[in-house]
Ligand binder design. Sequence first.
Ligand SMILES: NC(=O)c1ccc[n+]([C@@H]2O[C@H](COP(=O)([O-])OP(=O)(O)OC[C@H]3O[C@@H](n4cnc5c(N)ncnc54)[C@H](O)[C@@H]3O)[C@@H](O)[C@H]2O)c1
Length: 85
Amino acid sequence: MADGRGMGLRTVEMTAGTIGGLVARSVVVTGGAGFLGSHVTARLLARGDRVVVVDDFSTGKEMHLESIARSTNLMVYAATSPTRM
Ligand SMILES: NC(=O)c1ccc[n+]([C@@H]2O[C@H](COP(=O)([O-])OP(=O)(O)OC[C@H]3O[C@@H](n4cnc5c(N)ncnc54)[C@H](O)[C@@H]3O)[C@@H](O)[C@H]2O)c1
C-alpha cells in the first residue's frame, strides 16, 4: 500500500508438536498488534497454536491484543530498537 499500512503482517510457521493428539504449531506474526495481525493472532491462539508477535507499534496498538493478552501461548516482542548487524 502506498501509505505503508499493511506492510507489517507476516506469519512464519516455526515448529510442530502435539498437545492431546492435536498438532500444535509455533507461529511468528510480525505486525501482530495491527488490525489484521491481531485477528490472525487470535485465530491461531484459538486453534491451539503458540504465537510470537513481533511488532514495532508504529501503527499497531496494545489495545488490539487486549482480549488475548492473558493467553499463556502468546508472547509479544516490541521491536522498537532495531540493531545493525
Ligand atoms: N475497524 C476497521 O475496520 C479498521 C481498523 C483499522 C484498519 N482497518 C483497515 O485495515 C487495513 C490495514 O490493516 P493492517 O492490519 O494491514 O495494518 P495495521 O497498520 O493495523 O497493521 C500493521 C502492523 O504492522 C506493524 N509494523 C509495521 N512495520 C513494522 C516493522 N517494520 N516491524 C514490525 N512491525 C511493523 C505495525 O505497528 C502494525 O501493528 C487498512 O485497509 C485499514 O483501512 C480497518
